[in-house]
Design a protein around this ligand. Sequence first.
Ligand code: NAP
Length: 456
Amino acid sequence: MADEILALDEELIQTYCSETGLPEGRAKGERGRTIGQLRSFAALVEEGSWVEASIDTAIPDRTPVPKPDLRKMLVPLGPVVVFGASNFPLAYSTAGGDTAAAFAAGCPVIVKSHPMHTGTGELVASAIIKASEKTNMPNGVFSNLNSSGIEVGVELVKHPGVKAVGFTGSIRGGRALFDLASQREEPIPVFAEMGSVNPVVVLPKALEERGGSLAQTYAGSITLGTGQFCTKPGLLLGIKSEKLNHFIGELSNEIVKIEPSCMLHPNIIGAYEGNKQKAVSQSDLQVVADYESDVEPNFARQTVTTVEGKTFLENSTLHQEVFGPYSIVVQCEDVDQLQQIIAGLEGQLTGTIIAGEDELHQYKGIISALQNRVGRIIYNGVPTGVDVCPSMHHGGPYPSSTDSRFSAVGIHSIKRWARPISYQDWPDSLLPMELQNSNPLEISRLVNNEQTHREI
Ligand code: NAP
């Protein structure tokens, strides 16, 4: 699949750019990530230990009852339906992380193509089909379905042949599909990775020492990719002070210096303008930076607002994600109010602490409150940028994902598409190779509580 996607060459890059308004560098970067994901799953499957084989050999003379021979491993769940988000037309779409992980687990995949990049989707689908033909995969191992409404997706989730769903997108869409799947006669899992405001807590000493450079860094992070990342910092939290005021001023200055850029599609800019308008029309909210000059159609104006901690606590509308280059700075009365706000936040993909090292000890309550709400906690960095590697967790407490135990990024995301099965007293020759005595695949297994590559 990776080779066939690369072979699409310029046609893929041109189609991606013309459908999304994203620049060529981003298209190539995302293609590299997509290919890297596919290859890393191929390596995982070739190595084979991901099935978590575990063997407890029989003890026939155990008293009072003999112990049976038990052998367990992961097996594929069955056909998986994948919904990609519009903001990652390659890496979280047709051949993105969900598709790669589901194939690696051994599941057929049906993609519900995102209507805002159907051309890119069709090209990638043609590459997958070519690859599956060349490698003699069964017909129907992959399908790509287009639609301009939600009906196709709804029917797919309801179809009795479908055994799991992978979704990347909005909370509204993910939740609707989750509810639909749980209402089926046979409920199925929906692993939805959804929106997040990615709180950033700026502690006083860090603000005092690095306020200026932080403002510049955060102006860049809020506007990166026109704010169209699920990890965009949409909420900055600090304790009221002169320094915080100064930081807000600097952030405002920096953010309006950045040239507005094109959003992915008319629906997304419409949603951005609408959600931003809803946020800024809330009482006691102050707009501190708004790009005022004219912009081209579909270009987003970056905006920063600020509000008192008490107002934020009392108004949940201000907690909602505004997908695009928008962020709100909350000025808390004191540490207690800051902690109360963090503890009351919905589940998040990420949380960031900007602090001096000694402040980490001083503000332990804040850190533990944040840890409770997020899937990834960052120290002195920015949440945008999701490295693909086994130790990355991309997911978090609801509503950032529907199951915080699983990541949508990295090789461990394969676990979403597999289930364990135990074989009791099964004849060796009829066991899957992963569980046979001679360990023909030479994988790592847990044998009588010892992790080993040895045969039995
Ligand atoms: P979206 O509008 O939710 O669409 C995602 C997909 O779901 C589309 O194919 C869409 O099809 C389908 N869909 C949406 N609602 C549906 C429903 N009720 N029934 C059936 N199908 C439905 O998301 P988006 O605008 O493309 O992406 C932006 C959002 O994704 C942001 O909120 C962002 O934070 C989030 N995101 C999250 C992550 C993550 O990893 N957590 C990554 C990237 C983006 P139709 O368009 O045909 O309705």
